[in-house]
Design a binder for this molecule. Structure first.
Ligand code: FES
Length: 251
């Protein structure tokens, strides 16, 4: 006897997961991002400075507040840039839609019925459409972070290497990969073109797009690694400022 055809995703049998259960990744994501957001709020709203000697915390760079003589909540003037850059990142969107909204928590999971689905066409999620503009701002911040990374090797008594120097350097490197593996940047450098060789000219755009595409494959990895490096560099400098630890100079 013929079996009735299933009519919707809701009644379709789901494949058995071979690895970890589907809810592990969104759960871990929501916990890690939640703790990071709380830590960032504490850092931005409860501290006026992120400088220890030649080390500058990535939350406080560039020191826009100092440029204008505003010394209250110095991180507030700049921390919104990397925050919005990450918030609107295509990779993080997937992660926090799954982790925080559980909507749906993973591929092939039943979605909630949404009679008035508006997606990213309305406030507040519509701000995600500005991602490419946040990229430009994040790029400017990245230049300052490289400056801070270089200056972290020059102490009062000359060139040296401390744990803080290495953390700031690693942070600048990982943020560079994160920034230049961005989907929006990939589109900017060549993804918007329909043909790379139609005009018969050398295809520099293609080579650039190809290289960015290679980095883009690991965009999620750069996203998490750079988040960890920002966190680690800031925490190290914060603990130095608080006197909890002393800087370790390797030479
Ligand atoms: S897509 Fe992730 S930074 Fe642009």
């Amino acid at each position: 006897m013929a079996q009735p055809l299933e009519s919707s995703t809701a009644t379709r049998p789901r494949p058995q997961a071979k690895g970890k259960p589907y809810w592990v990744e969104p759960l871990v994501t929501s916990v890690v991002l939640g703790v990071w957001v709380l830590y960032s709020l504490w850092e931005v709203f409860f501290h006026n400075s992120g400088t220890y000697g030649n080390y500058v915390s990535p939350y406080f760079s560039p020191g826009v507040g100092k440029w204008f003589g505003w010394h209250l909540l110095d991180a507030l003037y700049v921390a919104w840039v990397p925050f919005l850059f990450r918030f609107s990142c295509y990779y993080y969107r997937k992660e926090y839609y799954r982790g925080f909204f559980w909507d749906p928590p993973a591929c092939y999971q039943v979605d909630k019925p949404r009679p008035r689905y508006r997606g990213e066409t309305k406030w507040p999620l519509a701000i995600n459409n500005l991602h490419r503009y946040f990229w430009y701002l994040a790029f400017i911040v990245l230049i300052f972070l490289w400056k801070d990374a270089v200056e972290a090797f020059f102490f009062k008594n000359g060139f040296g290497v401390g744990i803080g120097s290495l953390l700031l350097l690693i942070n600048a490197v990982l943020l560079t990969f994160y920034t230049f593996s961005c989907h929006a940047f990939r589109h900017m450098v060549g993804g918007r073109k329909d043909c790379y060789s139609c005009d018969g000219k050398p295809t520099t755009a293609y080579k650039l797009w190809h290289r960015v595409s290679q980095w883009n494959v690991f965009h999620g990895t750069w996203a998490w690694a750079s988040l960890a490096s920002v966190w680690a560099a800031d925490l190290y400098i914060r603990l130095l400022i608080m006197g909890v630890i002393h800087d370790v100079r390797l030479f």
